[in-house]
Design a protein around this ligand. Structure first.
Ligand code: C2O
Ligand code: CU
Length: 463
């Protein structure tokens, strides 16, 4: 039964009914977001619905759409049995609204509320998720898309948001496997699921027509899984990464890698004829390509074939860090199964491996496990920073900086695209650089959420 839940053949299986459509207007207009207990039919209908925690009872949460330069104004209503908070991932946000329990706000107790109200200076594909015990709360479903719309959007027939997930369900009853802090998840690759899907179903479907042009906003909402994707019967271009437009669209050739929390905006054209099926494939654990999102091609008025799309309009903040004057920092990732670490500092004390493991800590960032009282670095506002990330573990890590986007610095000194989350591979040196232009206390952590909970979490302060 577990096998049946982990893979499906192309074109096989039942037709999912869960729509990928936008939310009812009422949900978008409501000024609240209520985190509450709900159910979702994640698995095939032959299984029971899964008990979830979800914003407004929907998994994923409602798609929030706001115009660039506008404001997001939402009252979080906590109807959960535990404290919670919301982080608005990738937004160049006012620090007080960043949603990090214990750093930028107190967690919101059950029955209470918190008013989030912030400007969104950058257009693009972002997302929001719980940031109080996020390892468990995100896994239970507390995540949704936040779309900041360009004043002049690109010319496409449709704009589709696809939030991927990777649920770890008990194959007997389709309920979440517990505990969420299983030592295996903490010390190995994180909480890896046995049922992949998107938009709240194992079988997401986006109906298309021949030659249709779609903007696909792909979001990896999984706790730990890195999705390796391929287009099927689609041609396309990458137009933005982690919300930020690329200077020019880049043709998709081969695979797309989407680490946890990363986003990619694609513009794709359907190349299949009516009656065929296009879609998004992913590389399964057994190294075969499997369908992740089905895109049946229906007959109907076909669009005309268009040329290469024009670039998205640039966001206002594209200042390049100055490599010469930049402050140089280095962060070493260590720990985890197979590599281990002899000792680290945790809650102000030096501890050996056994003591750390006894407290659920398996990882460290430059000798520090978990949050420290003092920041990893204090930066001047406007200062350029180069941060070397050294992965001394045997696992990949999706390193995320709050509040500011950064760029990879290639060995020849050239810059990669702006990102807020980057995949660091074992033994592959990586350097990022950014301009510390957003004042406040900002987390820097692994977005494999079990890794963050087990030590891979740090913070910087911008004056
Ligand atoms: Cu999306 Cu601190 O994370
Ligand atoms: Cu990690």
């Amino acid at each position: 039964m577990a096998g049946e839940m982990t893979r499906r053949a192309f074109c096989a299986g039942t037709v999912g009914t869960a729509g990928l459509a936008a939310l009812p207007l009422s949900a978008q207009e409501a000024a609240t977001l209520t985190a509450r207990v709900s159910t979702a039919q994640l698995a095939p209908v032959s299984y029971p619905a899964t008990a979830v925690w979800a914003y407004d009872g929907q998994l994923p949460g409602p798609v929030l759409r706001v115009p660039q330069g506008g404001r997001v104004t939402r009252q979080l209503v906590n109807a959960l049995p535990v404290p919670t908070s919301i982080h608005w991932h990738g937004i160049r946000i006012d620090n007080a609204m960043d949603g990090v329990a214990g750093l930028t706000q107190d967690p919101v107790p059950p029955g209470e509320t918190f008013d989030y109200d912030f400007a969104v200076p950058d257009a693009g594909t972002y997302w929001y998720h719980a940031h109080t015990n996020s390892m468990e709360q995100v896994a239970r479903g507390l995540a949704g898309a936040l779309i900041v719309e360009e004043a002049e959007p690109p010319e496409v027939d449709r704009d589709e948001v696809i939030l991927f997930d990777d649920w770890l369900l008990n194959p007997e009853d389709a309920q979440f496997m517990e505990p969420f802090n299983h030592p295996m998840s903490l010390s190995h690759a994180g909480r890896m699921g046995n049922l992949l899907g998107a938009n709240g179903t194992y079988d997401p479907v986006v109906a298309t027509r021949p030659k249709e042009r779609l903007r696909l906003r792909l979001i990896n909402g999984a706790n730990a899984r890195v999705f390796i994707l391929r287009l099927h019967e689609l041609t396309g271009w990458t137009v933005a990464l982690d919300g930020m437009p690329l200077p020019a669209p880049e043709a998709v050739e081969g695979e797309l890698t989407l680490a946890p929390a990363q986003r990619v905006d694609l513009i794709v054209d359907v190349v299949a004829e009516a009656g065929a099926e296009a879609g998004l494939l992913h590389l399964g654990d057994d190294d075969s390509w499997q369908v992740l999102v089905r895109m049946p091609v229906e007959s109907g008025a076909a669009s005309v074939v268009r040329g290469v799309p024009v670039p998205l309009p640039p966001n206002p903040r594209v200042e390049l860090p100055s490599l010469e004057t930049a402050r140089r920092l280095e962060m070493v990732m260590e720990g985890g199964a197979m590599a281990g670490m002899a000792s680290a500092r945790f809650e102000g004390k030096d501890m050996g491996f056994r003591e750390l493991a006894g407290r659920g800590q398996f990882w460290a960032l430059s000798g520090q496990s978990g949050m420290s009282d003092t920041p990893f670095a204090r930066l001047e506002r406007g200062e350029s920073v180069r941060l070397k990330l050294t992965n001394a573990t045997v696992f990949p890590h999706a390193m995320h900086l709050h509040g500011m986007h950064f760029r990879e610095v290639h060995p020849d000194g050239s810059f990669g695209p702006m990102r807020d989350t980057i995949l660091s591979l074992p033994d592959e040196p990586l350097e990022i650089a950014f301009v510390a232009d957003n004042p406040g206390k900002w987390l820097l952590h692994c977005h494999m959420l079990a890794h963050a909970a087990a030590g891979m979490i740090s913070w910087i302060e911008v004056a």
